[in-house]
Design a protein around this ligand. Structure first.
Ligand code: SAH
Ligand code: SF4
Length: 358
């Protein structure tokens, strides 16, 4: 069985041509896939019956995610879904909506997708990391998370405006499927999302960052740094020791030079661990002058024995970075009360889902 959602437009053309049909049949399929969200190949009514049969008989399918649970935050801005994928795995995907009054401009609807079930990186503060690694998701599984929300938004007269790879898993550890999903989702004849509206978050796998820089895409890159030195970072990201802090920062800088896109360094602040003024000064020295941006994320205590620093401490950390000339913001996490903030998705919250189902 091969899911038609895996196919790039050029591949879809080749597929119909190889089956003996004219090229334009590919466009009819693509238009349906990305605007009408069909659940079966036979739903694509414009296609000749024979092509539908040929596709089905050759083992092609259209996979879609099935929503099994939903929780909505009290302010209604964050929706977390538990989706059952065609690989029979359950994955959490989140929609975060930002009202124009809060951000200026137009309403933003950001989808946070997962690329793996679990994660092998084992970050000590991350709920996904503590689950261990289960499996890589295929491109179609990543795409179906986005399309499920796209259909939901379409029914409300809205659309997906942004996409972040900040759900479960390490995108660079599933590079080929992740990048295929990005290419389908950004292709003007695919889902057509602007490249600049996508951010990939990585724990800092240098080889993956280098590959991404060569893709000739305008994708945003976020690198989860969390510490300015290797000793401390090893305690927080035990398996990421194959790339040093210096190497990670250098590959971020190279990404910036190659793509012109400013790189964001994410820094989860944990009380008494990585939030001292001395550490802030070390971080400032490390990042000063390389055009990067730091996003401070007061930790959500979902795994391990970590607590969030006081607001004063967070602001002091921010002041030290800003006054050293390092561009810095504090991330206001959305949906924290429903554990929907990025990086804390996990599949073993069925209890929570059934308690809070909307
Ligand atoms: N594996 C990738 C992407 C998924 S995690 C990465 O690590 O970047 C997305 C973001 O959520 C990362 O910046 C991660 O550090 C952060 N995160 C993980 N657990 C968190 C927690 N408990 N509180 C706040 N941020 C967390
Ligand atoms: Fe994996 Fe990212 Fe969680 Fe680390 S923070 S365990 S890399 S998902």
């Amino acid at each position: 069985m091969t899911d038609l959602y895996r196919f790039l437009p050029e591949e879809m053309e080749q597929l119909v041509i190889d089956m003996g049909y004219p090229r334009y049949r590919a466009d009819q399929i693509l238009l349906h896939l990305y605007y009408k969200f069909p659940k079966n190949i036979s739903d694509i009514k414009q296609l000749p019956k024979q092509l539908i049969n040929d596709l089905i008989e050759s083992g092609y399918t259209i996979g879609s995610a099935k929503e099994t649970h939903r929780i909505v935050s009290e302010d209604g801005d964050t929706t977390k879904l538990l989706l059952s994928l065609t690989n029979d795995k359950s994955v959490e995907t989140v929609l975060m909506q930002y009202e124009p009054s809060k951000i200026g401009g137009h309403q933003r609807s950001t989808i946070c997708v997962s690329t793996q079930i679990g994660c092998a990186m084992g970050c000590t503060f991350c709920a996904t990391g503590q689950m261990g690694f289960e499996t890589n998701l295929k491109a179609e599984h990543i795409i179906s998370q986005v399309l499920h929300f796209a259909e939901l938004l379409q029914q409300r007269g809205q659309h997906v405006t942004n996409l972040v790879f900040m759900g479960m898993g390490e995108p660079m550890a599933n590079y080929d499927e992740m990048i295929r999903a990005v290419k389908v989702l950004t292709h003007p004849r695919g889902f057509g999302l602007g490249q600049r509206h996508i951010t990939i978050s990585t724990i800092g796998i240098k080889s993956g960052i280098e590959k991404l820089a060569e893709e000739n895409l305008q994708i945003g890159l976020a690198i989860s740094l969390h510490a300015p030195n290797n000793e401390l970072r090893k305690k927080l990201v035990p398996t990421a020791t194959f790339n040093s802090v210096e190497e990670i920062i250098e590959s971020g800088y190279n990404y910036f030079k190659k793509t012109g896109r400013r790189v964001t360094f994410e820094y989860a602040l944990m009380s008494g661990i990585n939030d001292s003024p001395e550490i802030a000064r070390d971080l400032a020295k490390l990042l000063h002058g390389n055009g990067s941006h730091v996003n401070l994320i007061p930790i959500n205590p979902t795994a391990g024995d970590f607590t969030r620093p006081s607001n004063n401490r967070v602001h002091e950390f921010e002041r030290i970075l800003s006054s050293s000339g390092v561009n810095c913001t504090i991330r206001i996490e959305k949906g924290t009360e429903i554990s929907a903030a990025c990086g804390q998705l996990r599949t073993d919250v069925i209890g929570q889902f059934t308690k809070k189902i909307s």
